[in-house]
Structures are given as structure tokens and as C-alpha cells.
Design a protein around this ligand. Structure first.
Ligand code: TYD
Length: 140
């Protein structure tokens, strides 16, 4: 198995005179079964979070209010993405070391995960991350 590239997708926006609505269903708009939902909010100024990768968990990140940035590193490609719209979704693959930063005070970062919480699925040590993923081939 190779490295899988995380990607940004745009949700459809259903709108009428009342405002807007976007929808996410398991295995429809996002490519996995949703087993867990959590959200990060009230993030203090200057705080960065994350600093880990996963063995198995796939996630979908959406700033449903405000904005934040996400630094991604899959050992081959390092990039920064901005989540600044409620219809913009980052499909975050387990092989991406990620750090979230530049949270606006009003940011609510919604995360949909493919697995239940399991601390053993986290890789919190960067050297260990490189050992797990650095020898895998890049899959585009
Ligand atoms: P943490 O992993 O530090 O968040 P981040 O990666 O954004 O810096 O999570 C904060 C706390 O919440 C930590 O004690 C673990 C706990 N937690 C759960 O119990 N369940 C979950 O689904 C998540 C994401 C975290």
C-alpha cells in the first residue's frame, strides 16, 4: 500500500431565500462511513493543534464557522490548506501528519472520522511517523 494524497472537495450548496444548507452522507459526499464526530471551537489566539498522524483513521475537516489553516505532511509532499468556507472539506488521510493553526476566534472546526476514538491509532512522534510512512510509495 502506498501513501494516499489528502484532498479538498467542495460540497454542494442548497440555498434559497432562507439561507444555505450543505449535506454530508457516509460514502456519498465523503468516501467513508462516519463513526465519530467531534468539533474544535473557542481556540485561543496563537494556538496550534494536532501534531499527529494516524494508522487507520480517515477524517473530513470542515470549518462550519470562521476559518483555520492546516499544515499537511505525507513525507513526500508538505502543503498548507485553508479551510474558510462551510462547503469546503479536507479529506485527511491517515498518512498525513497534520497541524491546525490560525484559527479565527469564531472558528468551529467540525471533524468526521472513520473510526471510533482509539489513542493507539495516533502517531504523535514525528520520527515514528517517518518510520511508518517514509518508505511507502506515493500513490496519486
Ligand atoms: P487532542 O488529541 O489533544 O486534540 P488535537 O489533536 O486537536 O490537539 O485531544 C484533546 C483531548 O480530547 C485528549 O484528551 C483526547 C480527547 N479526545 C477524545 O476523548 N475523543 C476524541 O474523539 C478526540 C478527537 C479527542
Amino acid at each position: 500500500m502506498g501513501i494516499i494524497t489528502s484532498s479538498i472537495l467542495e460540497l454542494g450548496v442548497l440555498g434559497d431565500e432562507r439561507g444555505f444548507l450543505s449535506v454530508i452522507e457516509s460514502n456519498n459526499q465523503i468516501p467513508f462511513d462516519i463513526k465519530r464526530v467531534f468539533y474544535i471551537y473557542g481556540t485561543k489566539e496563537g494556538v496550534s493543534r494536532g501534531f499527529h498522524a494516524h494508522h487507520k483513521t480517515r477524517q473530513a475537516l470542515i470549518c462550519v464557522a470562521g476559518s483555520c489553516k492546516v499544515y499537511l505532511d505525507n513525507t513526500v509532499r508538505k502543503e498548507d490548506v485553508i479551510l474558510d468556507s462551510p462547503n469546503k472539506v479536507l479529506i485527511l488521510e491517515p498518512n498525513d501528519w497534520h497541524e491546525m493553526y490560525d484559527f479565527t476566534p469564531d472558528c468551529v472546526l467540525l471533524v468526521l472520522a472513520s473510526e471510533l476514538y482509539d489513542s493507539n491509532d495516533y502517531i504523535r512522534d514525528y520520527q515514528e511517523f517517518l518510520e511508518v510512512y517514509d518508505n511507502l510509495e506515493q500513490e496519486v
